[in-house]
Write a protein that binds this ligand. Structure first.
Ligand SMILES: [Zn+2]
Length: 112
Protein backbone atom coordinates (compact mmCIF):
# COMPACT_ATOMS: atom_id res chain seq x y z
CA UNK A 1 0.00 0.00 0.00
CA UNK A 2 1.34 3.40 -0.96
CA UNK A 3 0.73 6.65 0.89
CA UNK A 4 -1.20 8.02 -2.10
CA UNK A 5 -3.33 4.87 -2.41
CA UNK A 6 -4.23 5.17 1.25
CA UNK A 7 -5.29 8.80 0.76
CA UNK A 8 -7.46 7.85 -2.21
CA UNK A 9 -9.01 5.06 -0.18
CA UNK A 10 -9.87 7.59 2.56
CA UNK A 11 -11.55 9.85 -0.03
CA UNK A 12 -13.60 6.99 -1.43
CA UNK A 13 -14.72 5.80 2.00
CA UNK A 14 -15.54 9.36 3.00
CA UNK A 15 -17.84 9.66 -0.02
CA UNK A 16 -19.40 6.23 0.37
CA UNK A 17 -20.02 6.12 4.10
CA UNK A 18 -19.93 9.70 5.37
CA UNK A 19 -21.46 11.57 2.44
CA UNK A 20 -18.11 13.30 1.90
CA UNK A 21 -18.64 15.18 5.16
CA UNK A 22 -15.35 14.38 6.86
CA UNK A 23 -12.69 17.09 6.81
CA UNK A 24 -9.53 16.32 4.89
CA UNK A 25 -6.81 15.51 7.39
CA UNK A 26 -3.37 13.96 7.02
CA UNK A 27 -3.49 10.19 6.54
CA UNK A 28 -0.10 8.77 7.34
CA UNK A 29 1.27 5.37 6.47
CA UNK A 30 3.47 4.17 9.33
CA UNK A 31 5.62 1.16 10.14
CA UNK A 32 4.03 0.60 13.54
CA UNK A 33 4.33 -2.91 14.87
CA UNK A 34 1.93 -2.14 17.73
CA UNK A 35 -1.06 -0.33 16.31
CA UNK A 36 -3.09 -1.18 13.22
CA UNK A 37 -4.42 2.33 13.16
CA UNK A 38 -4.64 5.42 15.30
CA UNK A 39 -6.61 8.64 15.29
CA UNK A 40 -5.47 11.57 17.39
CA UNK A 41 -6.49 15.21 17.62
CA UNK A 42 -3.91 16.14 20.21
CA UNK A 43 -1.02 16.69 17.79
CA UNK A 44 1.52 19.52 18.08
CA UNK A 45 -0.19 21.37 15.24
CA UNK A 46 -3.57 20.89 16.91
CA UNK A 47 -4.85 19.20 13.76
CA UNK A 48 -6.24 15.67 13.76
CA UNK A 49 -4.30 12.95 12.03
CA UNK A 50 -4.92 9.32 11.14
CA UNK A 51 -2.02 6.86 11.21
CA UNK A 52 -2.27 3.49 9.53
CA UNK A 53 0.32 0.74 9.88
CA UNK A 54 1.68 -0.55 6.61
CA UNK A 55 3.36 -3.25 8.64
CA UNK A 56 0.39 -4.87 10.43
CA UNK A 57 -2.26 -4.32 7.78
CA UNK A 58 -1.56 -6.62 4.87
CA UNK A 59 -4.59 -7.06 2.63
CA UNK A 60 -6.67 -4.32 1.06
CA UNK A 61 -9.60 -5.44 3.21
CA UNK A 62 -7.52 -5.00 6.37
CA UNK A 63 -6.44 -1.52 5.32
CA UNK A 64 -10.02 -0.64 4.53
CA UNK A 65 -11.40 -1.94 7.81
CA UNK A 66 -8.69 -0.24 9.87
CA UNK A 67 -9.09 3.02 7.99
CA UNK A 68 -12.87 2.96 8.43
CA UNK A 69 -12.43 2.31 12.14
CA UNK A 70 -10.24 5.41 12.46
CA UNK A 71 -12.66 7.42 10.33
CA UNK A 72 -15.42 6.67 12.84
CA UNK A 73 -13.20 8.21 15.54
CA UNK A 74 -12.65 11.15 13.21
CA UNK A 75 -16.41 11.55 12.64
CA UNK A 76 -17.22 11.39 16.36
CA UNK A 77 -14.55 14.01 17.06
CA UNK A 78 -15.55 16.26 14.16
CA UNK A 79 -19.26 16.13 14.93
CA UNK A 80 -18.56 16.82 18.61
CA UNK A 81 -20.37 13.68 19.71
CA UNK A 82 -19.79 12.43 23.24
CA UNK A 83 -19.45 8.69 23.42
CA UNK A 84 -19.58 6.92 26.76
CA UNK A 85 -16.18 5.35 26.15
CA UNK A 86 -13.53 5.07 23.43
CA UNK A 87 -15.51 2.44 21.60
CA UNK A 88 -18.86 3.12 23.17
CA UNK A 89 -22.46 3.08 22.07
CA UNK A 90 -22.09 5.78 19.40
CA UNK A 91 -18.98 4.16 17.96
CA UNK A 92 -20.70 0.80 17.68
CA UNK A 93 -23.82 2.31 16.20
CA UNK A 94 -21.81 3.85 13.35
CA UNK A 95 -19.60 0.76 13.00
CA UNK A 96 -22.63 -1.45 12.62
CA UNK A 97 -24.22 0.85 10.06
CA UNK A 98 -21.18 0.85 7.80
CA UNK A 99 -20.07 -2.69 8.56
CA UNK A 100 -16.73 -2.23 10.30
CA UNK A 101 -15.46 -5.37 11.92
CA UNK A 102 -12.33 -4.14 13.67
CA UNK A 103 -13.05 -2.78 17.13
CA UNK A 104 -9.52 -2.56 18.51
CA UNK A 105 -6.31 -0.75 17.63
CA UNK A 106 -3.45 -2.76 18.97
CA UNK A 107 -1.97 -6.08 18.16
CA UNK A 108 -1.65 -7.02 21.81
CA UNK A 109 -4.18 -4.82 23.51
CA UNK A 110 -7.59 -5.98 22.41
CA UNK A 111 -9.36 -3.65 24.82
CA UNK A 112 -8.13 -0.51 23.14
ZN1 LIG B 1 -10.70 2.75 17.97
Amino acid sequence: MKQRTLELMWSELNKTFFGGSLNEIPIRLTRSKQLYGYFTHTTNSGKPVIRISGYLNKTEEEFRDTLLHEMIHQAIHQYGLRDDEDHGAIFHQIAERIGVKRDYHGKYDFED
